[in-house]
Design a protein around this ligand. Sequence first.
Ligand code: UD1
Length: 291
Amino acid sequence: MRDADALDRMLPDVDAVVHQAAKVGLGVDVADLPDYASVNVYGTAVLLAAMARHGIDRLVLASSMVVYGEGAYGCTEHGEVRPGARAEADLARGYFEPRCPHCGAGVRPISIGEDAPLDPRNAYATTKLAQEHLAGNWARETGGSVVALRYHNVYGPRMPRDTPYSGVAAIFRSALEAGRAPRVFEDGGQRRDFVHVRDVAEANVAALEVGRSGTLSAFNIASGEPHTVGEMAEALATQRGGPAPVTTGEYRLGDVRHIVASPYLAEKELGFQARIAFAEGMREFATAPLG
Ligand code: UD1
């Protein structure tokens, strides 16, 4: 992706680009920053410039829900709020829920829409948002169209094996295959939206059909059926016949607590609706081959 000559060889006769390539994960430490910026930001810039050279005006971009940072919450006193990073003192004593930024009270998670303010919390998230911004600049300059798909937690067959950069579904699946118990951090009550890779593929195909000249449109790509990380660990372990998950109380400072999306806009504008339910998808994933 960073090789302009290679792109010049690939792009003639191409009508649209579906850009999935990226360095993923949360960013293991600051030594990773140059590589994240180079692969995800510089790589996308090189691609956009090459698309302009070849007169390609349609881009579907794999973005991520991590651009939102912590999810949206409701406070009894202050209505909808967006809490900042959780205090380490709370995490250390096993209190994992975010607090209302105004009164410090406990809050309840609510579904986040695409118009929520963006708040990337780690190197990967920052570079995904930079990709969206660069693509938006490109669209305005060239009259091209960009559809950014903000993937929630994608899982499914041929997912890469456990690495320090893997998401939780791949980590649990790899642990079970090795006969180890999935290690569930915090109290296991953190919510995510696990969306199956075949549904994500369909969203990409649908995204090729929409897009408005000169603009970037962003959509949550989610199942609309959030589950806790603890439930996901249980589902996979049960399907494989154990070992049972262990809830460790560990925490990572870069993690957000809950991120629950509204799939409404993708349904309305892309006609996208996830079809693979959690139980069915996890049953398949529990024994499907890893990449
Ligand atoms: C993940 C991906 C991110 C992607 C996003 C949306 C990683 C590291 N994160 O973010 O790249 O853009 O989904 O698709 O690839 N956890 C455990 N045990 C473990 C590991 C993690 O309980 O062994 C917990 C974490 O504490 C966290 C949750 O699982 O609460 C999700 O972690 P993870 O999948 O790493 O990150 P996401 O924020 O969901």
